[in-house]
Design a protein around this ligand. Sequence first.
Ligand code: ADP
Length: 399
Amino acid sequence: MEKTIAINAGSSTLKFKLYEMPEERVISSGAVDRIGIPGSNFTIKTTDGKKVEIDQPIENHEEAVDLLLQELIKLDIIKDYNEITGVGHRVVAGGEIFEDSALIDDKVLKEIEDLKEYAPLHNPANATGIRAFKKILPNITSVAVFDTSFHETLPEKNYLYSIPYEYYEKYGARKYGAHGTSHKYVSQRAAKIMGKPLEDLKLITLHLGAGSSITAIKDGKSFDTSMGFTPLAGITMATRSGDIDASLVVYLMEKLNITDPEDMLTILNKKSGLLGLSEISPDLRDIIDAADKGDKKARTAIDVFVNNIVKYIGSYATEMGGLDGIVFTAGIGENSVPMRKEITSKLGIFNVKMDDVLNQERGERFINTEDSAVKVMVIPTDEELAIAREVEKFKKMGD
Ligand code: ADP
């Protein structure tokens, strides 16, 4: 039975999901954490749902891949490395080069590394994961799946910033977006459950997790999206500021005596958003608990978050000239009953009506009432499955 592995490599982590294909059956999943940092550990789930944890020093991604493959054999999940015939790597930034997933060769790997200025935290780590697999399993179908590819269809009016045009031409200064694999996956599912071709629908997909982004999908394509040149832009996130006036950044650098722009970016990426506003936690669950107990800053953080989302929905519906469906996905979107309620309660202008009972249920479903003018859906995202499917596409091309 052929197997495909989906990989999401971070600077000190390597998450994986192993599929039996084409059945799309998950046979194992897990993560290596704290690679190259004291306290490395490895968790792996077996086919029957058992969880095995291993604590041992893991110096680099190659060791992590080695350990992962050895454990798959030890736990009898695979008998031989040869059973794994494909690997799909999540890559954050594809710039304007990769409008689709790509079979990884030396040139593609170099291009991914060269795009590191667009995603300094992610692309080098993604490339390290790719190299580790190439070394250990050099002959399998190896595919890069880019977070930005789905947004390659943005019209110029939506990806350009109002700055001198030559900066776009010379330096690639434009909006690229992110979370594309997720927005694409849930929009395809939405069309399926709505029973209509995606091309005929105007959808807004809300990927609300630790990182959050909103995408307008028109004619089956990404038409506008809230993340920008990097994933720092858009709505309030767990620790990221989202949209901000650029001159405020300079003003704060002066006030805080910050001379290294990287330090300012750290504040905007790691200390802002829900954490910065609430002064409690980056986790919305903690903030909701605190707000319920009367904490004012927690309530304000939620108000800002919800208002940001509602503003994007309003502007995207206007841009598209209509709205057929809204999709909630990712950690907050899939799990938070009160956030879905607050957001939809502010969309009365579109005649959005939510069914409180359906909102409480779980899994992929509609949560709107019969008489709602817009369909509202919860669709659990599955970026790993989308990645594994991309690998299958390339395997077929090679047959
Ligand atoms: P990532 O961006 O890391 O992939 P996820 O999509 O897994 O994030 O979402 C993680 C976030 O989801 C966490 O910040 C957590 O606060 C939030 N979350 C998960 N469950 C709930 C819930 N029931 N209510 C509110 N927030 C939740």
